[in-house]
Write a protein that binds this ligand. Structure first.
Ligand code: FES
Length: 105
């Protein structure tokens, strides 16, 4: 059965630490990151300008927007450095039978 509120992001065995991918959840691109063994999911758009966060450097629990360098906290979505000030939307991650799912919080 397909559940439009939840999408499969992939198999955890193929998403090692540091792995990033983007999934489509009801037409919205969501960034999924494995940081130090925990999966985080955030809207794949910087809140400064419309720019994808996918591929940005991840360190110290933050993902960096490659456009102008804003950093967002993976656990909260909060903007931690300028030029972004607004948080990015967070999503839920769930692992079931080795599969990682992303859904609305
Ligand atoms: S678009 Fe991300 S920091 Fe400007």
């Amino acid at each position: 059965m397909s559940d439009p509120t939840r999408v499969l992001a992939g198999h955890t065995a193929e998403m090692p630490e540091g792995h990033q991918t983007a999934v489509d959840l009801n037409g919205v691109s969501v960034l999924v990151v494995n940081f130090e063994g925990t999966y985080y999911a955030l809207r794949n758009n910087c809140t400064h300008k419309d720019f994808p966060l996918l591929g940005g450097d991840v360190s110290m629990g933050r993902v960096t927007c490659e456009k102008h360098g804003a950093k967002f906290e993976l656990a909260t979505g909060k903007a931690k450095t300028l030029p972004a000030v607004k948080p990015v939307k967070l999503y839920r991650t769930q692992v079931e039978d080795g599969q990682l799912y992303v859904s609305e919080l």
